[in-house]
Ligand binder design. Sequence first.
Ligand SMILES: [Zn+2]
Length: 330
Amino acid sequence: MNQDSRLFIEALQRQDLAALRKVPKADLHNHFMLGGDRKWIREHCGIQIDPITQPLTSMKEMDQWSQKSINAHFGGGSGRLIMLEATLRQAVKDGVQVLEIGEDVWALKHFYQGDIQNLLGSWEAVRQAVAPKIELRFQVGMSRHCGIDYLMEKLAPFWDRPEFYALDLYGDENAQPIENFIPIYRRARQSGWVLKAHVGEWGSAMDVQKAVACLDLDEVQHGLAAAQDPAVMADLKARQVRLNMTPSSNYLLGRVPSLAQHPIAALKAAGMEVTINSDDVLIFDSDVSKEYLRLYQAGTLSAQQLDEIRLDGLKKLKVKAFEAAQENVA
Ligand SMILES: [Zn+2]
């Protein structure tokens, strides 16, 4: 066992949050507009953002919270870069070394004059200033309610750019059938990107299986519903799909009755690769170290299992497009 693992396991056993923060971690499921350092935002912007403490009953309630607490203050282009800085500061403070975050496709025209170099340059300047040591994996994101033609048009400037690491899909899981997104994901695969989508948070195990098969996903954001069906878990395991989970978010959106009953334990026991992430720090008070500590305190997973998950998060994913390219060379 290496030094980091020993420190991490001992910190969990002592329930020492400050020590947990010092050990390297990944955050692979983070929406940067909601991922910031609360204290820094208060001190830098004079705005106090309070997390929720009781479970919400719908995504609509969460959207209302975001509108009031975030968009009202940070809705413009400069507000966006302030929230990016807040998220990077939060990640540094929490010992996050690998951070997957990104912009929504519509933001390019709206906030960066439709200029990819402007977008990339703006983000890199903030990263260099605040978190030069963090590996920032830039995702391209889109909402599930948007029309496919609209998304294809918005995605055109992004295709084949190696600066972007992954594609993600989020928003209302019931907005439209997952099959509609097949052309977009095929094109993203050609770009060599990691393919991700939010699924199985509100939807069923079958929804997760279908999305993975249709879109050829490498990773699923959430995917907790998969634990309801052993056949789906076996299928995802065979396909080497990783689930990027967010326990506090799941509890506070009423997706699980308690952290002790979170399906991450069943998924891990079934041999699936899972990771532990923040989702939305500002609304759920869910930084990555707190997530590990809460799962340990709830008895959901052992310190050893939590360390295995930490190491899996830091591991470089085997990207299918990359493997395919290697096979072609061979
Ligand atoms: Zn999410």
